[in-house]
Design a protein around this ligand. Structure first.
Ligand code: ZN
Ligand code: ZN
Length: 247
C-alpha cells in the first residue's frame, strides 16, 4: 500500500495501536511491539558471567570484574544488550514522558525475573532522589515492576530504602568515578521490612553495576539475607571486553 493511501486510511480509521519500533499496526494494545520486531530485539543469548550477567567470551564462569571483586548482589540478570531499539524505548520512557511504554517495559522486567528463576520475598525498585522524582514525576524502576506486582503478586517496597544524596548524572563518569559518586548515597529507613529477607532489586539499565552494587551493599549491611537484581538491558559489554584486552 502506498504511503498516501496509508495516510488516508489513517485519517478515516485511526488505529491507536502501532508497533513502537516499526509503526506497523498491531492488535496487542498492551505490548506495542509487533512479532517481527520482537524477534529482532537485541536479546542476550551468548555466554554470560554467572554473577553480573556480562557477556563473556572466555571459558571462565565469571567476567574479569567479578573475578577481581564480587558484587554485593548474588546474581543479576538482564534480557537485552543496551542497543537500539531497546535503548530508545527506555530513554523515551524515562525522559520523554512516553508512559504508554510502561507495560512493554514491565513485560521485559517480568521476563528478566523468570530468567533469574529465584525465589524472592520483596521487590525494591532502585530509588531516585526526591528532587529527581519531583522533576520527572515518577520513578521508572518503580513503574516497570507493574507485572511483578499485579501478575505475580510480589510485594514491592518503595519506602524501605531512600536515596539521600542527589548524585550527579552518572552518564559521563567511568566506573571508578561512579563508585565514588555513589558512596553512601542510599540509606535503609525501614530495617524491619527487609531484615532476613531475600530482596530483588529492579532497575532499567545495568551500566557498570555500581548503582545496583551500592544499593545491595546498603541492604546487606542492614541484615538483608540475599540480594538478586534484574534489569531490562545491560550496557557494559564493550567496556568490559576492552578492559580485559588492556590487562
Ligand atoms: Zn514492528
Ligand atoms: Zn561479572
Amino acid at each position: 500500500m502506498s504511503d498516501f493511501k496509508k495516510d488516508i486510511l489513517e485519517i478515516l480509521f485511526p488505529s491507536d495501536f502501532k508497533c513502537v519500533c516499526c509503526g506497523e499496526e498491531i492488535s496487542n494494545e498492551d505490548f506495542l511491539i509487533c512479532e517481527n520486531c520482537y524477534k529482532k530485539l537485541p536479546w542476550i543469548n551468548g555466554k554470560v558471567c554467572e554473577v553480573c550477567g556480562e557477556l563473556i567470551k572466555s571459558e571462565s564462569k565469571l567476567c574479569m570484574q567479578c573475578k577481581s571483586k564480587l558484587p554485593y548482589f548474588k546474581k543479576c540478570v538482564s534480557l537485552f544488550k543496551y542497543e537500539e531499539p531497546i535503548s530508545s524505548l527506555i530513554k523515551n520512557f524515562k525522559y520523554n514522558n512516553a508512559t504508554y511504554l510502561q507495560k512493554t517495559l514491565a513485560t521485559f522486567i517480568l521476563k528478566s525475573f523468570l530468567k533469574l528463576n529465584e525465589k524472592v520475598d520483596v521487590v525494591i525498585p532502585v530509588p531516585l532522589h526526591y528532587n529527581r522524582f519531583k522533576h520527572r514525576g515518577f520513578n521508572q524502576s518503580e513503574e516497570i515492576c507493574y507485572y511483578l506486582k499485579s501478575l505475580l503478586n510480589l510485594s514491592v517496597n518503595t519506602n524501605a530504602v531512600v536515596r539521600k544524596i542527589d548524585t550527579q548524572t552518572q552518564t559521563e563518569l567511568n566506573r571508578k568515578q561512579r563508585c565514588e559518586n555513589l558512596k553512601d548515597a542510599f540509606v535503609v529507613v525501614d530495617k524491619n521490612a527487609i531484615k532476613n529477607k531475600t530482596v530483588l532489586l529492579v532497575d532499567d539499565v545495568y551500566t557498570t553495576g555500581s548503582t545496583l552494587n551500592e544499593v545491595a551493599k546498603t541492604l546487606i549491611k542492614a541484615k538483608v539475607k540475599n540480594v538478586f537484581a534484574i534489569t531490562i538491558a545491560h550496557n557494559t559489554i564493550e567496556t568490559n571486553l576492552l578492559e580485559e584486552f588492556k590487562k
